[in-house]
Design a protein around this ligand. Sequence first.
Ligand SMILES: Nc1ncnc2c1ncn2[C@@H]1O[C@H](COP(=O)(O)OP(=O)(O)OP(=O)(O)O)[C@@H](O)[C@H]1O
Length: 519
Amino acid sequence: MKDEARLENIDQLTNLIEADSNEHALKEIATLFVSAINDWPSQNQTNINEYIEELHNYFGTPITKDAILSKTTSDSSEDLWRKESAASLLELLDIAEKQYQEEDLKQLIQTIVKYYQNPSVITDPVALLEQFGVYDEKMDLSSYQYPTLELLPSLLQPLFSKMGQEASQYKLPLLLDGSEDLKLRELYHHPNILLAGTIASGKTQFVYNQLVMWLYLYHPAQLKLVICRSKPVDYNTLAILERHFLAALPGVETPLVEGKQVCSTIDAIILECEQRLNLFQKAGVKGVEDYNNKFINRTLDPNLGHRYLPNIVLVMDDIQTFLDENTIKSLIALTRMNLYTGIYLLAVTSQIMSRIITPQLRANFSVRIGMKLMSQNESKKILDCVGAEKLASPGELIYEQGERLGKGTQPYVEYNFIAAICKFISEQRGYPSAYLLPIYEIELPSIGDFDIETRDQLFREAAQLIVMHQQGSTALIQRKLKLGYNRAVRIMDQLEAVGIVGPFEGSKAREVLYPDDTL
Ligand SMILES: Nc1ncnc2c1ncn2[C@@H]1O[C@H](COP(=O)(O)OP(=O)(O)OP(=O)(O)O)[C@@H](O)[C@H]1O
């Protein structure tokens, strides 16, 4: 984590609260705390710790509601100010008790200081872009409000509150254990995670837990998700986050990735990865963390292609359903090059066969997690040791990273709460579209018997669509580019003229003559 200026002074805290455009319980508590300090009858009190010490001297230790109530009785004019101050303290302890089950004022103030000391929680990189001269009104989500803890069941609020405090030290955390021993894992040095478990062992819940945690921690400018699903019923709740947190290929209808699109999407992520590595080289840095710091500190010129790089997490649930030969090759390529790029892969499977998780691919997953597995043999295949066959299902897991092994339990966040969090986010202003993944530009052939000037304006987009989907269908152009039939037919004729598709074949789709490995 980078060093932050220490937050000790009451004026600093007041300024940070004012700059925090989100409404949440911690801000309310911090505001009451500032007003309690301002009312406290001591000379020029400006230091937060000294103020806490004065409170301890006066109320005793710990400073609880009972301690405050039993002290605030006398009527001298100095005590009137103390009473005012105490009223704010009582109010803030009241909120803290309900929201965070915290009764000790000192602990609470430490939490506030920690929260406001870490600017990544409150700083919006998009708002910062304004300073770089590349500010774009359409991309401004500076009024974005992070989901509040109240959207979670009250039983889980203390866990997420603790998570929020601890997670500020991580570049991207993974939740491994949600029991009393909260256990998070830093993914920056281990960006590829494999999760295996039998059917109904809690794998999808594991994925949702990570997503919910990240949605609590990050601004839409900082995190993008690509979700590959095998069943159309999965992850529908997340589709409404398209314009906030999802990344997608240009021109696709649903931002949740299925079937044939999986391989082209992974290839697009590989391209994004390559672009990032180029940017790092130009910037003279090793990874995304230093790169973004340089960008925020205005040492990288946006006119040279530099931009803020969000974390991108590729989630592949039921990975076995996507793994044909090409996809395995692409995944191996991706997992070889994505270290420190801010691009992560979370792969989930219920099938432990080496045909699916090939030794080459397995070796690139440096974080491996087993939920309940069928046999000792399966456990060994995933974790290099037995044990996962004995886990309680759903929810328990064993994780392995390098030499270490650990056991954890996943919390259970019911889907209606997840849906409420997504709804809370989706109702806010979003970007004009999903974060668009790059696609390889097609070198259009120069052959053809029509004038380039007469090409349809959407000719290039249509060509990319047809080649990407390997489907010479007029209906596809109509649907994806939202065009009328006649215009789509005209474009198809133009595509035939340059040799991208074959001739019209009646009710059959035209043959695509341009191979998709050029994409
Ligand atoms: N930690 C947990 N505590 C209690 N119930 C849980 C927990 N995790 C999951 N469940 C419940 O167990 C069931 C199976 O969970 P989930 O769908 O996550 O499993 P899965 O491994 O993804 O299953 P599949 O392989 O069929 O996709 C669901 O009904 C879910 O609500």
